[in-house]
Design a protein around this ligand. Structure first.
Ligand SMILES: [Zn+2]
Length: 477
């Protein structure tokens, strides 16, 4: 009997990986097995350790991967899957493929760097520490990607077809509408991936992609994200607050450090800084964008103009490419990055990773967290257990490269930049369904968020909703 099994992003927000099998429980001969997303676990060690475990189905027995978008928690386990023997096609939208082309090799590079660091300082219990996969292995995995356009129906096997519809989360992001024939019946499954902002309102400035998630969907089984299942984004304009934070930091001689995802979030933030400076709300302070990926990401953005929001179009028309702006420096090499460390006058440093799990932001924070004149501004979601979450939650210290770093800098967070729909927006989207899905499984949420969204959906919509459990199997009848 056909089934879905939740291999990740169940009980947590990372490691998205849902197996769909046409076969019996034993994965009997002839069964077609596909993964919807193949993400990496990030955050607490308890979850990260699962990146090293084999899946219940051997990698070589997976026939295909269908990918919703290019965030590492949705695609970052692909090189490991290929390393394990997977040789099938990986279907994604053209923009997602372009973004994976920079994000996956970077992920391999970060893991090699981490392993090398721990081996050098012998700070790992594992001897020697190994990367989950290397940069080369990540590059190797890119050959299996196959482009599928939005709205185009693609046959995976005689029983399963799918098409991508808009998720409006990041460039290229999609939901997967999957049609499965089983026991003489046709079943429609909808995997939402991450769902973007529904309303294109003024208080969510910098919305890069134009479309809201596709409305009027139907599903027999809905597998839906629940990251913000218990929260509402602030409804005020973030820009004056951001400008004030930066001005106060500069007045006391400090610098502003912004951990930001290198793709999309960084570009969005740079445009906002440019606007604040042009309108006189900010003095012209040097801005350093310290991420090797940020320049490449700008190039990919320029290529996929079809996805832009009106605001993105206007900003690009007005200011052109951030790479050419005076006062904005992009650090490509390690030497250029190190130079930023020597800057003693107030500046704004935007660097990745966004959740402080690795990358050059670690060096900037090691150097600048102990100084109370500085400010760290979070502009993205921080998964529990990540360094970003620890710093944001007001901890007095944080461990970086095995050392304890005291946190004396001011710590602030601006929630309006989110690319995830909050609870009212999710409900607004769910109201567009013409009929109730017989079953909904909530994934990609911390337990408190998933259970609250389940209760809200049950109460307000009268739907049959469950929070998915890790490794849970759902028979498709
Ligand atoms: Zn995402």
């Amino acid at each position: 009997m056909a089934y879905i099994q939740f291999l990740g992003a169940a009980g947590t927000v990372t490691g998205s990986k849902h197996l769909i099998s046409t076969g019996s429980d034993s994965g009997g001969s002839g069964a077609f097995q596909a993964l919807i997303d193949c993400g990496m676990f990030q955050g607490p060690k308890e979850w990260r350790e699962r990146n090293w475990r084999d899946m219940p189905v051997p990698a070589r027995q997976i026939n295909a991967v269908v990918l919703t978008h290019a965030h590492i928690d949705h695609c970052g386990w692909i090189p490991r899957l290929v390393k394990g023997g997977f040789r099938g096609p990986i279907y994604a939208t053209p923009a997602t493929i372009d973004l994976c082309g920079i994000l996956l090799p970077d992920s391999g590079h970060l893991q090699e760097e981490d392993a090398a660091f721990y081996n050098k300082f012998k700070k790992s219990k594992h001897d020697p520490a190994l990367p989950l996969y290397t940069l080369e292995e990540a590059q190797e995995s890119l050959q299996y990607f196959r482009a599928v356009q939005f709205g185009e129906t693609h046959q995976l096997c005689p029983e399963i077809s799918f098409r991508f519809v808009r998720a409006a989360h990041i460039l290229g992001s999609s939901m997967v509408e999957l049609t499965l024939r089983t026991n003489g019946q046709t079943r429609r499954l909808l995997f939402t991936g991450d769902i973007g902002r529904v309303r294109n309102h003024d208080v969510a400035p910098g919305k890069v992609v134009r479309f809201g998630p596709t409305e009027g969907e139907t599903a027999d089984i809905l597998v839906m994200e629940s990251t913000y299942g218990n929260r509402q984004h602030p409804t005020t304009d973030a820009r004056p607050e951001l400008a004030a934070l930066i001005r106060h930091t500069v007045e006391r001689g400090g610098s502003v450090i912004v951990p930001a995802f290198a793709v999309e979030r960084t570009q969005k933030f740079l445009f906002m800084l440019m606007e604040l400076m042009q309108s006189g709300q900010l003095p012209p302070i040097p801005v350093f964008c310290d991420s090797p990926m940020a320049i490449k990401a700008v190039e990919i953005f320029m290529k996929h103009k079809e996805e832009y929001s009106e605001e993105t179009r206007r900003l690009l028309g007005q200011y052109g490419s951030p790479i050419e702006w005076p006062g904005f420096t992009f650090a490509l090499t390690a030497e250029q990055s190190m130079k930023i460390n020597r800057v003693r006058t107030p500046s704004i440093i935007v660097s990745s990773s966004g959740m402080v799990t690795g990358g050059r932001i670690l060096h900037h924070l090691t150097q600048r967290l102990p100084d109370p004149r500085n400010t760290v501004v979070f502009i993205g979601f921080q998964a529990p257990g990540t360094r970003g979450f620890i710093i944001k939650s007001g901890a007095p210290e944080v461990k970086i490269f095995g050392d304890i770093v005291p946190i004396r800098a001011q710590v602030a967070a601006i929630e309006q930049f989110s690319d995830h729909a909050d609870t009212p927006e999710l409900l607004q989207w769910l109201h567009t369904f013409p009929r109730k899905p017989p079953a909904t499984y909530l994934v990609h949420g911390e337990p408190a968020a998933s259970s609250q969204l389940r209760d809200t959906m049950t109460k307000e919509l009268g739907w049959n909703v469950q929070a998915a459990q890790w490794m849970q199997k759902v028979q498709i009848i």
